[in-house]
Ligand binder design. Structure first.
Ligand SMILES: Nc1ncnc2c1ncn2[C@@H]1O[C@H](COP(=O)(O)OP(=O)(O)OP(=O)(O)O)[C@@H](O)[C@H]1O
Ligand SMILES: [Mg+2]
Length: 165
């Protein structure tokens, strides 16, 4: 099995910038794609998700799914936006998320590292957020080489080199 590599890094200095990064990513996502969002409370997972939704052509306002576990939206491709934070054991739920992927949704999963094993077979893109206590975020993208072309098309690989990483 191929081990995921860090394919791109983006530095963001505002919530709006993080949303723009998400929008660029949303433009290259398609049915069946699974994106795991990993980072502490307030890291920017939902902000990136709002941008991704925009890139998918979703006009409805995207809000945190923390309390409902999963929200679904219609766009160019349907979006399933989930949050595993409140689940003690995410695995049973994760199996339902696999079905959503099979039904042709893009699936975004906040706190996705809690059930990473379940999603591994779906060749996920893992987005890791590191915050500095202020408004800076280091956003890194880990995936198999299958994702490299799309991240480049989203302009993310370029941004990584511009950021000097
Ligand atoms: N560069 C940045 N990118 C994203 N959010 C930022 C940035 N700088 C500051 N913020 C603030 O950080 C918070 C991010 O909140 P968000 O809901 O996206 O986090 P989250 O990772 O989804 O948290 P949770 O685990 O609670 O769901 C917002 O209050 C936002 O204004
Ligand atoms: Mg959130």
């Amino acid at each position: 099995m191929e081990i995921d590599a860090e394919l791109a890094v983006v530095l963001s200095d505002s919530e709006e910038r993080t949303e723009e990064v998400g929008e660029a990513l949303g433009l290259v996502l398609g049915a069946g794609d699974v994106v795991l969002l990993v980072g502490d409370l307030g890291a920017g997972k939902t902000a990136l998700s709002r941008g991704i939704a925009r890139g998918l052509g979703i006009t409805e306002r995207v809000v945190s799914p923390t309390f409902v576990i999963v929200r679904q939206y219609r766009g160019r491709v349907p979006l399933a936006h989930a949050d595993l934070y409140r689940l003690a054991e995410g695995d049973a739920f994760a199996i339902d998320m696999l079905e959503l992927g099979e039904k042709g949704s893009v699936t975004l999963i906040e706190w996705g590292d809690r059930s990473a094993g379940i999603f591994a077979e779906l060749d996920p893109l893992t987005v890791v957020f590191e915050a500095d206590g202020g408004h800076h975020r280091r956003i890194s993208f880990f995936a198999s080489s299958r994702w490299a072309g799309r991240l480049a098309r989203a302009g993310l690989a370029d941004r990584a080199s511009r950021a000097g990483t």
